[in-house]
Design a protein around this ligand. Structure first.
Ligand code: PMP
Length: 306
């Protein structure tokens, strides 16, 4: 997806013109992937732009930084204000926010100096992640031969830059094979997640999604969907899934900040929902869109208005 530049990028407390927001090519984060980041969406509402679950995303950024022993040097409150001010300056009505914690250049080696963390936040317009066709008709997934990063290798619950070569290997292979995205499994053969989205299956009205122990990133959209589904009276289980359970699901869908809620049309060419999404997926997509656009009361306090 091509980047559309905006006016400013926030770096360590200052707003820098987009083109001048640069780091040294010898930053260890580029060489060894030691960095953590977030992806956050802002939506237009009747009261102007609002950021969805901003605090939870910035808390997860801090948690990821903790796993990688970096101190972002800015509290969740300070980063919240930085994100809001960045949106005001860029004039975006809706879009995507990308906070990044990385290491300053100055040392080299596989054990980088960890007391040099820097923070940057960029914002840009971002439309449909998997494309309009996948959103309307459902996405086609392929089970990847690449296993999802495991707890003994690269911690799945931290959103680390280097960890994404795992997702990227799987996604590139899936796209080259003619699919929209990869479905990644654990070493034990449980469904983990897609390259950048969590997975849900619906069977006989019961909604199931893999537990955190199956090597997933605990998605904030996943949590949102679990909450909305329970609010709507659905039974939701956080329980391991095999690929065949997805083959025989009545409905299945992906969730993520970039992806939002996308129906799954097929897994390994076995149609899940046929064309378009089934009734449970439809209801959840509607509820999600109503919440993020502020059309519903916000009982969980998920929106931060500018
Ligand atoms: N899994 C992975 C690997 C991801 O990159 C993402 C996107 N952040 C998700 C799941 C979904 O998480 P969230 O709903 O918090 O965006």
């Amino acid at each position: 997806m091509k980047l559309t530049p905006t006016s400013d990028i926030w770096m360590d407390g200052k707003f820098i013109p987009w083109d001048q927001a640069q780091v040294h090519v010898l930053t260890p984060s580029l060489h060894y992937g030691w960095g953590v980041y977030e992806g956050i969406r802002a939506y237009p509402t009747e009261r102007g732009p609002a950021v969805f679950r901003l605090r939870e995303h910035l808390q997860r950024l801090h948690d990821s930084a903790r796993v990688y022993m970096m101190d972002p040097g800015h509290s969740v409150d300070e980063l919240t204000e930085a994100c809001l001010e960045l949106l005001r300056r860029t004039g975006l009505e809706s879009g995507y926010l990308r906070p990044l914690v990385y290491l300053e250049y100055g040392t080299m080696g596989v054990a980088p100096r960890l007391d040099s963390a820097r923070v940057a936040i960029a914002a840009w317009p971002w439309g449909s992640y998997l494309g309009e066709k996948a959103e309307q008709e459902g996405c086609r997934l392929m089970v990847s031969s690449w296993q999802r990063n495991g707890v003994h290798a690269v911690p799945p619950l931290a959103k680390a830059t280097g960890a994404y070569v795992n997702s990227a290997l799987a996604k590139v292979a899936a796209i080259r094979a003619g699919y929209d995205d990869a479905l990644m499994l654990t070493p034990g053969g449980h469904v983990a997640e897609a390259s950048a989205a969590n997975v849900f299956a619906v069977r006989d009205g019961v909604i199931t999604t893999p537990p955190v122990s199956d090597n997933i990133l605990p998605g904030i959209t996943r949590d949102t969907v679990i909450t909305l589904a329970r609010d709507l009276g659905h039974e939701v289980r956080e329980q391991s899934l095999t690929r065949s359970e997805l083959y025989v699901a009545d409905e299945a869908f992906l969730t993520g900040t970039a992806a939002e809620i996308v129906p799954i049309a097929s897994v390994d060419d076995r149609p899940v929902t046929g064309a378009g999404s089934g009734p449970v997926t439809q209801r959840l997509r509607q509820a999600f869109q109503d919440v993020v656009h502020g059309r519903d009361a916000d009982p969980h306090g998920w929106l931060t208005h500018l």
